[in-house]
Design a protein around this ligand. Structure first.
Ligand SMILES: [Fe+2]
Ligand SMILES: [Fe+2]
Length: 206
C-alpha cells in the first residue's frame, strides 16, 4: 500500500482486510458499545459513499479535464468505491446481528429522494458529510489511545478509512466550487471554513 503523504490529490489504495467474522461484535477493548457505534457507522457507508460518488459525478460537466480538480474527483471516487467494497464485506459479517439490508434500503430511499430533487443539493450534502467524516477520521488518527488493543484487522481497516477521509478534507473544498457554492439556499449545509481550501482552478463557469 502506498504511504500516506500530504497531497491535494488523494492516493488511491486498494487494500484487503479479511476481517475475522467471529470478532465483529467484540473487536474493541473499550466494550461492546464502542464496537456497536463503529459497526453502525459501517452499515451506512456503502450506500452513503455511492451517493457521494454519484453526486460528484453528476457535476462532471463543470470539471475541466486534465486539471488538478479532475484528478481529485477521479481519485476521490476511486477511494470511496474501495471503502464501500471493504465495508460491504464488513457488513456481511454484521447481517446475522443487525438489520443491514433494511437500513440500506431505507437509506437508499431517502438519498434517492434527494437525487430526484436536486443534484446540487446532493453535492452540497456530500460536502457537509465529507466534513464530518474527515473530522471523525482526524480524531481517530490523532488520538492513538482510541485504537490501543483493537483487533488488528479492524484497526487496520478503520485507520485506512480514517486517513483517506482526512485526504477528503482538502478535496471537499474544491467540490464546493463545482456547482452549488454560489447558491445561498444551500449555504446552511456548508460547514465552517477551514484553512484547507485549495485554489479554484479546474471549474468551468456554466
Ligand atoms: Fe469513505
Ligand atoms: Fe470521504
Amino acid at each position: 500500500m502506498p504511504p500516506f503523504t500530504p497531497s491535494s490529490v488523494p492516493n488511491v489504495r486498494s487494500p484487503r482486510f479479511r476481517l475475522p467474522a467471529d470478532r465483529v461484535l467484540n473487536w474493541h477493548p473499550d466494550g461492546p458499545h464502542v464496537t456497536a457505534f463503529n459497526n453502525a457507522l459501517s452499515v451506512f457507508f456503502p450506500v452513503g459513499e455511492n451517493f457521494f460518488i454519484d453526486s460528484v459525478r453528476a457535476h462532471a460537466r463543470v470539471v475541466v479535464p486534465g486539471t488538478p480538480l479532475a484528478e481529485q474527483v477521479a481519485a476521490f471516487c476511486k477511494q470511496e468505491a474501495f471503502h464501500s467494497r471493504e465495508h460491504e464485506l464488513y457488513n456481511d459479517a454484521l447481517r446475522p446481528y443487525l438489520p443491514v439490508a433494511a437500513t440500506e434500503g431505507l437509506l437508499g430511499v431517502v438519498l434517492g429522494f434527494f437525487k430526484r430533487v436536486s443534484w446540487a443539493l446532493c453535492l452540497s450534502g456530500t460536502v457537509g458529510l465529507e466534513h464530518m467524516t474527515s473530522t471523525l477520521g482526524a480524531t481517530l488518527v490523532m488520538d492513538a489511545p482510541h485504537t490501543e488493543g483493537v483487533e488488528p484487522h479492524f484497526e487496520a481497516l478503520w485507520k485506512w478509512h480514517a486517513l483517506e477521509e482526512c485526504e477528503h478534507k482538502a478535496v471537499r473544498c474544491c467540490f464546493r466550487k463545482c456547482g452549488c457554492a454560489r447558491r445561498p439556499r444551500q449555504a446552511f449545509l456548508y460547514p465552517h471554513r477551514t484553512p484547507h481550501t485549495l485554489p479554484a482552478g479546474g471549474v468551468r463557469r456554466i
